[in-house]
Design a protein around this ligand. Sequence first.
Ligand SMILES: Nc1ncnc2c1ncn2[C@@H]1O[C@H](COP(=O)(O)OP(=O)(O)OP(=O)(O)O)[C@@H](O)[C@H]1O
Length: 730
Amino acid sequence: MEPEPEQGQGPKVGAGAKPLHLAAQSPAGEQEDPVDRKETRLRVVVRVRPLTCPERRRGDQRVVHCLGDNTVYVNAAGQQAAFRLSAVFDAGTSQEGVFEGSGMKRLIELAASGFSCTAFAFGQTGSGKTYTLMGPLAQGEGQPATPYLGGLMQRAFVCLLEQTQRYRPGLVLSASYVEIHNEQVRDLLSPGPPRPLPVRWSKTRGFYIENLLTVEFGSLEAIMDLLQEGTRRRRSAAHALNGHSSRSHALLTIRIRRKAMSPDPSSPQQGVLCFVDLAGSERVKDTGSAGERLVEASNINRSLLALGHCISLLVDPRRRRSHIPYRDSKLTRLLAESLGGSGVTLMVACVSPSSRCLPETLRTLRFAGRAKKVTTKPVAHRISREKLLRSLEQEIQALREENLSLRQQLRLPRILGGSTATHTAPTQLPECQEESHAPGQRGAPRRAPGAARRSLYGLLQEFVLENEQLRHLESPPALSSWGQARRSPEAAPGSCSIQALPCPRPAPGAAQCGHVSLLFLSDLAPEALAAHVSCRLVCQPVAVTPQGSRRPSVWAGSGSARGNLAESRSCGAQLSTKGRERMGHGAWTPVSLPAGRLPQLPPWHPQPCVGLSPSTHRRSAGWTPEPRPLPCSLPPADPASCPRSLGRRKSSAGSCLLLRDTQQQGPEPPPGLEGQVTPSAPPLPGSSTGRQAGADPELRLEEVLHSRQEQLQYYSLRNQSSGCTWDARD
Ligand SMILES: Nc1ncnc2c1ncn2[C@@H]1O[C@H](COP(=O)(O)OP(=O)(O)OP(=O)(O)O)[C@@H](O)[C@H]1O
C-alpha cells in the first residue's frame, strides 16, 4: 500500500499487468519494497451505490454526494458532514472503475511480493458490499456475473493469475474460503456439511483456523468455481432492506507461495491476499429481523462492534501500545494481522445514498474516517536464507531417499555412474555448511550463502531429474512384494476398491510420507484417472475388463506418496477390510486413493492372479460392467498357492487378498506363478529368471529399458492375439 494516501490526492494505481516493479535489490541481494517495514496507513475508499428501485419507488432522497477531491458529502435534515478518504466512487462508477481506482492492483502486487494483504468491504446491510467484491452474484441464482459486472475479487483473480503466470511462474496459488456465522467459523470449501473450526493462536502464525481446507488452483475457472461453490454455501436470507442479505462474514484467502523448484530462487516469499465481505450492520427495526435472523443480526452487530472497538484503540497512539482486544470476536481475531500487524489493508466503505439510511451511512463514514488513521508495519513474508536452505536440504534428502528406494525396487545399484546427483548427495549432505564447500574440499573457505543456495538448487534439480528417470524405469516389484489375490466367484469385474500396500519404508500413520505400492481395482478409464492425480504413484493395469471394454479393472501401482496421505484417503476410495487389518501391522501403509486419482500408465506386466472385490464405488462411478468373462483368462490361482506367511483369507465379500512386504522376511511365494502368466515374456534384468545384469550401471539401466520395451511389445502382441483390449501404453 502507499505509505499514506494523502488527502486530496487521487488514488495511486498499481502497474496492473506490467512486470512487478518491486524488485529493488538491496546490497544483500534481497528484494525490498517501498512499504517494507514502514509505518503505513490503511487505505480507505468509499463507494456510494445507486438508489435501488424500492428506494426510488418510496421517493427516498439522495443525500450522499461525491465531490471531486476524494470527499464524500452528506447533507440532510439539517445535518451536513464531509469526509475525505483515499478515494470516493459515486453511483455512476463502474466495477472496473472501482478496481482501477481503489488501489486493488497495488495490493495484488504486494501480495505477490510476499506481503499479507487484505481487502474488506464494510457498511450497512444492503449497501453494496457483496456487489462491490463479487458483482451481482446472488441475482443470477448462483450463476457467475458477466465479466463486465465482475467485482474486485474476479478482477483480482485475473490480475493475479496473469502476474504469476507471466512474470512469476514459480509461484503457486491456493485458496481457502470460510464464513463466520453466529461466531462459528465454517469452512465453505470442505466437502460435506460445514463444521465449526477452531481459531487458534501461535507465536509464529498468530491467529489461524485449524483444519482449514486449502485448495490449489492454477486457472481462472478453478478459482471462480471455488468462489461460486463457497458463496453458494454461505448463509444468506431476505429481510426488509435486502432480498439476498449475507448473514455471515466471509473470508476468501489466497495464498501465494513459491514453488520449491522455482526458477526464480532470488525471491523466496509467500504472500496472502484476503478478501473479507463483512455482513452488514443492521438496525433490527429497519430490517424486521426476528427469530433466527434476529440471532444472526445480534451476532453480526456484536462482532462489528468489536471491530470498531479495536479500530478506535488502534487509532490512539498511546492506547494502541496497550492491549487490543482482538479476542473479543472471531472476526477481530482473524483480522488482527490486517488491522494492527504487518499486513497491508484496503477498506471499502459501502454506503447507500438514500435519506432513509442516513444514520447508518453517517456511522459507516465515521468508522471509515477513523480506520484511515490506523497504521500497520507491513513486512514481506520472505523465507530467511537459513530456512530456505533448510527446506532445500530437506527436499533433497527426501528425494535422495525416494530415489534409493526406487533403485531398490528396480534392483539397480545405489549409485548410478554419471549421475552427479548421487555423487554429490552423500548421506552427510543435509548440513548446509558442508554443502557450501565443493565436494572433497572440506577445509576450503565457505562460499557465500547465495552460492550455497544456488548449488543446492542445482543438486535438487539433479535429484528431481534422476527421480523422473527412475520413475520412467520403474519395474514391477518382485512377485513376492505383491502377493496375490483370488477372484471370488461372485465378485464382479470393474469394482473399485483399493488394496494392498507393501511398504518398504514403513510410514506409520497416515499423515506421513512413504513409499507405497498398491493394488487396486478400478472401473474408470485411464483418462479419467489421470485427471485426478494426487500422489506420485506409477500405476498400470494388470488385468482387463471384459472384451470390448477399454477399461482396465485391476491396477497396480508403486511409487512415492508425499505429503498427507490422509488427504488421499479422504478422497473417496475405501480400503478393504483386509487393507484395514493390514494397517495394524505397521509395515503396511494403506493408502486409499480413489479410482479417480491415478496418473498416466507406463507398461506393466500382468500379475498372475488378482483379487476383485465388489465395491460400492462401482455404483457411484456410474459404470456397470457387462457380465462377460475375462478374455485374458488369467489363470485362477490355486488357493493353496497363497503365501503361507499371511495365510489365505476370505473376506466378507468373498475375495482373497494376500500381501507381502518385500522388507519382511517370510516364505517365498509359490514357485512358477510368474511362469503361469508370462511363460515367454521377456524377463526384467535382475529378476530371478532374468539375464545377468551387466556390471556397468548405465548399461544396466539401458538393459532395463530395453527389456521393458521388449515386454511391452510382447504384451501388446499377446493381447491382440487374445482379443484382450488392454492398452499398454508408454
Ligand atoms: N454499485 C451498484 N450498482 C448497482 N446495484 C448495486 C450496487 N451496489 C449494490 N447494488 C444492489 O444493491 C443490492 C444490495 O447489494 P448487496 O447485496 O451487495 O449489499 P450488501 O451490502 O452485501 O448487503 P448485506 O450486508 O445485507 O449482505 C443488490 O440488489 C445489488 O445488486
